[in-house]
Design a protein around this ligand. Structure first.
Ligand code: ADP
Length: 166
């Protein structure tokens, strides 16, 4: 069985991520979408919330599993016995960073973990989770960026934050 991990922050998942997930699901028997629990970042959504959002957003795709992990990707990949990671590439600006991570993972895993890159579909090339959050923070329209239920949750988060600020 050929499985692959799609790791990321997914804070929150966008149509760009979902496009990669759909395409990867057609290439592999199973795709494990893995939310990174990174204590160096302050996310908008907790890991549990991001996992639940991803589960709901992918509920129609049978060969998707959603999990979370912390620590090094190579250790997590080894623990679930998977040796392919998928990453999305939007623009040349992603390339240098992604290449560095992929090569580091290959080296650290003793050659075990390979990374496969899927290029973004053009209509999502501009999309990023941070962009979505910035637009929502200023009450802009994110309906073309994320599923409706995700948009509602993002607006709700900022409503609470703004209420607290008074
Ligand atoms: P990270 O913090 O690990 O970069 P992200 O959730 O931002 O996590 O992204 C996860 C993966 O999805 C990365 O490989 C990223 O390049 C890719 N990605 C993000 N947005 C898009 C998009 N609009 N189209 C294609 N790939 C994307």
């Amino acid at each position: 069985m050929h499985a692959a991990i799609y790791p990321g922050s997914f804070d929150p998942v966008t149509f760009g991520h979902l496009d990669i997930i759909n395409r990867a699901a057609e290439m592999f028997d199973e795709v494990i979408v893995s939310v990174l629990d990174n204590c160096n970042k302050t996310p908008l959504f907790s890991v549990e919330e991001r996992v639940n959002i991803l589960k709901k957003a992918t509920e129609d795709i049978p060969n998707i599993r959603v999990e979370s992990f912390s620590g090094l990707l190579i250790d997590y990949a080894k623990s679930i016995d998977v040796n392919i990671a998928i990453r999305g590439l939007r623009a040349i600006t992603d390339f240098e960073y992604e290449l560095q991570i992929a090569q580091t993972n290959k080296l650290l895993s003793g050659g075990a973990l390979d990374t496969i890159f899927l290029t973004t579909s053009l209509e999502y090339a501009y999309l990023s989770s941070s962009g979505v959050k910035e637009i929502a923070y200023f009450n802009g329209d994110i309906s073309k960026c994320v599923p409706d239920f995700v948009a509602d949750m993002v607006y709700e988060k900022y409503r609470h934050k703004n209420d607290k600020r008074g």
